[in-house]
Structures are given as C-alpha cells and as structure tokens.
Design a protein around this ligand. Sequence first.
Ligand code: CP
Length: 336
Amino acid sequence: MKHFITTQEWDKTELDAILDSATRLKADPIQHHLLKGKSIALLFFNPSLRTRTSFELGADQLGAHAVVLEPGKGAWGISFEDGAIMDGSEEEHVKEAAGVLSRYCDLIAIRAFPRFVNWAEDRQDTVIRQFARYSSVPVINMETITHPCQELAHILALKEHVGGDLVGKRYLLTWTWHPKPLNTAVANSAAMIATRFGMNVTLLCPNEQYHLDDRYLDAAKSNADETGGSFDITYDIEQAYDGAEIVYTKSWGALPYFGRWEDEAPMRQHLQHFIVDQPKMNRTDNAVFSHCLPVRRNVKVTDDVLDSPRCIALDEAENRLHVQKALMAHLLNASA
Ligand code: CP
C-alpha cells in the first residue's frame, strides 16, 4: 500500500503516469465512474477553498463518495502522541481515528498545517505521518509541510502552457511579501517538483533567513544533479527575473524566527518590494506566471500581473481537480 505524502517518495514514471491520466480525465471529465462505490474521508484541520471543492467534486465525478470532517470542529479532536495521557481537550487518538476511517473508507486525505510554534516539531509532519502509520488505506497529503497535489497541478499547467517536457526551462521561485508569516509548504514543493522535472531553478528570497529547510534545499539540489538541471539561490531581484521563462511566487515565514514571529516583523516590513509586478515581469523571457492561490492582490502580486494573459493561476487551480482524480484512481488501481 502506497501513501501520497511527498512526491520525493514517488518514482518520476509514476508521477508522469498520473499527469497523463489527468490529461485524459480533463478531456472527458464526467464519463469515468472509475471509483463507483468507493469513498474518501477528507480531514481538514485548516481552511480550504480549492482543495475541498476539487476533492469533493472529483470524487463525485469518479462515482465515489467524499466525507468532509473537521477534527475539533464537528468531529472529535484527535491526539497524535504515542503513549499520550489524554486528559486534555482531544477525545480520541489517531490509532482509533485512522483505524475507524480505514474500515469505512478506501482513502483518507489530510490537511494539517504546521502549528507555527516550533519548527523542529512541525518538520516531523506528525499528523499525516501518524495517520499513514495507523491507516490501512492509502493516505493523501492535502497540504501539510509540503503540498504535493499542488505540485501535480502546477506541472500539468506548465506542460499545457510552456509545452514539452519542461527540461532546461528557466524557472524562478520567488518569495513575495505578505503581512503574515505563512507556511513554507508550497515553496518546498515547488523547489522539489521543478528540479524533479529537470528545470533550471532559481530560488529568490530576501536573505539567508528566508532559506527553506535544508531537507528541501538538499532534495532540490539532488534532483537537479540527477536530471541535469540546476538549483541556485539568489537575493538579487533583477538578476533572478532576467530571462526567466516561468515565475512562481509564494510568501513564507523566516524559519529562524519560527514561533517568535514578532521578532521577524521588523525585517519583514522592509521587504514589500518583493511584490511580483509588471516591471519585474518585463525582465523575463515573456514568462508565464502562477501562484497556488489564495493570493492577496496588490500585496503579493499586482493586478496587472494577475490579470495578464500570461497568468496561469486559474488553470493550475482547475488542474487540482484533474490531477487529484487521477491520483485517487491510481491509488485504488483504477487509472483512466
Ligand atoms: N491552493 C490551495 O490549496 O488552495 P486552498 O487552500 O483553497 O485549498
């Protein structure tokens, strides 16, 4: 039994097969009752628009049933610690929650963001790893400290708009400003998947404090070595945008300040110039632009970039539906 927790744990051939299947499902969206009679539990510990909608509709289009649960809000709170003395607010343990849902459902999907207090703890990805440990059905990551479903949707959108196998494309992953310190998940994911597909990847961030966790930087370097692509980090905005063919942006909190964000705030307030705007895009090689969404307009990205024909963020969001259908079918050996 295989879980979908990070794309690094999957062979490239399998990822390619899911993307090919997603393309077929996209061309014929509601004719495939590949998962008739199956069911998926969608556990949201955090809010969502795209992920919830695309998984629910995707399951329905495949003939499956989706059950949405919000632990601690309409469903019992869950304890994840082994050997826990459960005298706090949680009413059940992941052993029972994963065990019971495995009896009812064929798949379990989890959204569990970091708690943003202690990165050493959050980087263990405890919620989804414990679900995977105690589940007897495949577990899907709907965003924890990585966002692998977004990776698949992103790559499919790039294949559609940039074309070809993406090898050698000049890919810019740029930090952008946001008033709050956000999750590194999408940036971790973008660094891994862009290098996995052989692109020449530049990570632009304000300074060393905004480097991603070494686990993901090392994965990106290792992927680049294997594919013949490259992975570099720069703090120079103009150099980073010059000649880029793909621009992807995300904001995230500086990891050295994790859990003491008030100390990051003075540094962050001077970084608003990282906003993605048209003058920066004009330095690129007519790059396509994307963002995972949700996006704060004129804070992270200007209106003219988001409203440009080179913005493919809505296509990427649409592709969440198609790639997740393909993924669910693949995990249950029912591929289109
Ligand atoms: N990109 C993404 O996962 O969107 P939601 O947070 O709305 O699900």
